[in-house]
Design a protein around this ligand. Structure first.
Ligand SMILES: Cc1ncc(COP(=O)(O)O)c(C=O)c1O
Length: 378
């Protein structure tokens, strides 16, 4: 990924507003009282009793969390990790050897390729279809499978497109996975931020293919600093896979014990935080899309969930990198260019609407004004 020209501008010392990060903003709004309660529990019993899967109490709480959401699991199916990035790395190591392939969606969050590189695994991309609200192009997906392919990774709600994979799409993915005997990774880190739908379609509830469902505290509770995530292993052969994964997680011993002590209280008392955050995000999404819709030659699929908007700008005589640099120089706002997501066929930018409403409104207005000025100049 070429980020040098953008990095140069970022390093020039000017104050830059980042309008691209997800829910892991600099400050957490999660109620401190709930965190304190969990921390007190740790202080009450700070013994080091590492369990390579994570503490049973924490895993039981995760089961309760999923039960409320219609997904029945057992604590034995869960392993705690120090972040979803680490979850990916461990699953890659579990399922693939050097030179094997993992299928990822395109556009795609850039971190995956870096982690796959570290695990010496090749990433092959399948297409998300912009014209169909960024659902999976299933024909393309199947055409990318070869004897080295081990896993199909899904990201729903998606970063960067904001799309949610429908139940119908997920069932078809399951058929493909079964036919080619592939495992599934379902990255659901934004699953709590779904707009206008009663339930979120979860692939692990539709079939019995071997599935690794990923989530954690980072996005769901806006607590990336606690570095606590989980892997749920379900479907055929989950027991053996958990056993093997446990050997991998054991290499680093158990993850952060303070976070593990806090997790049950966060889960028990955090539902109203999630609900409030979801309402705020939905409101922010409306505000952002309303402003952009007033512009000519700007199009997007309105996010169904998550904190991101992936916007296409037509008719400008510049590419995504030039646009981002000019925007930064003119307004001091940094958004991501499409090429960060391996998507630079046309001019796409990614912006996050996760910030405070007032801050967001001010910056979106500046971006709209900048786009209009570029269009007039053209
Ligand atoms: C889709 C997606 N998956 C995983 C991650 C990594 O999450 P964590 O903070 O738990 O490592 C991110 C981070 O932004 C993400 O956007």
């Amino acid at each position: 990924m070429k980020i040098n020209r953008i990095e140069q501008v970022l390093k020039q010392g000017r104050k830059i507003v980042h309008l691209s990060s997800g829910l892991s903003g600099r400050e957490s709004h999660f109620p401190a009282g709930i965190l304190k309660k969990g921390f007190q529990k740790f202080l009450g019993n700070p013994l080091y009793q590492p369990d390579s899967k994570g503490s049973l109490e924490a895993r039981k709480s995760i089961c309760t969390w999923y039960r409320k959401r219609g997904f029945q699991i057992h604590p034995e199916q869960i392993l705690l990790t120090s972040g979803t990035s680490e979850s990916y790395f461990e699953i890659f190591k579990l399922l693939a050897k050097a030179g094997d392939e993992i299928l990822f969606p395109n556009p795609s969050y850039p971190l995956f390729e870096t982690i796959a590189d570290m695990a010496e695994i090749k990433v092959s991309f399948y297409r998300l279809d912009e014209k169909r609200g960024w659902q999976i192009d299933l024909e393309d997906l199947e055409s990318k499978i070869n004897p080295k392919t081990r896993v199909i990774a899904l990201v729903s709600p998606n970063n960067p497109t904001g799309s949610i994979l429908s139940a119908a799409t997920l069932k078809k993915v399951l058929e493909i996975a079964k036919k080619h005997r592939l495992a599934i990774i379902s990255d659901e880190v934004f699953s709590e931020f779904v707009f206008g739908k009663k339930s979120f379609p979860r692939i692990a509830t539709f079939g019995n293919s071997l599935t690794f469902t990923l989530n954690g505290l980072s996005k769901t509770y806006g607590l990336p600093g606690l570095k606590l995530s989980w892997i749920i292993v379900s479907g055929i052969g989950w027991e053996q896979q958990v056993e093997k994964l446990e050997h991998l997680t054991d290499t680093f011993l158990a993850c952060n014990q303070i976070g593990q002590c806090m997790l049950p209280d966060i889960i028990r008392c955090g539902e109203s935080f999630i609900a409030q955050y979801r309402r705020q995000l939905e409101k922010n999404c409306d505000l952002t899309t309303r402003n952009l819709l007033e512009l000519k030659n700007v199009s997007f699929h309105k996010p169904e969930g998550g904190p991101f908007l992936f916007v296409k700008i037509n008719g400008l005589a510049m590419n995504d990198e030039e646009f981002v640099i000019k925007l930064m120089k003119a307004t001091g706002i940094f958004v991501h260019p499409g090429y960060f997501y391996d998507y630079d066929k046309e001019l796409f930018i990614l912006l996050s609407f996760a910030g405070e409403e007032k801050f967001l409104k001010k910056n979106i207005e500046k971006i709209c004004k900048f786009i209009k000025a570029c269009q007039v100049r053209r």
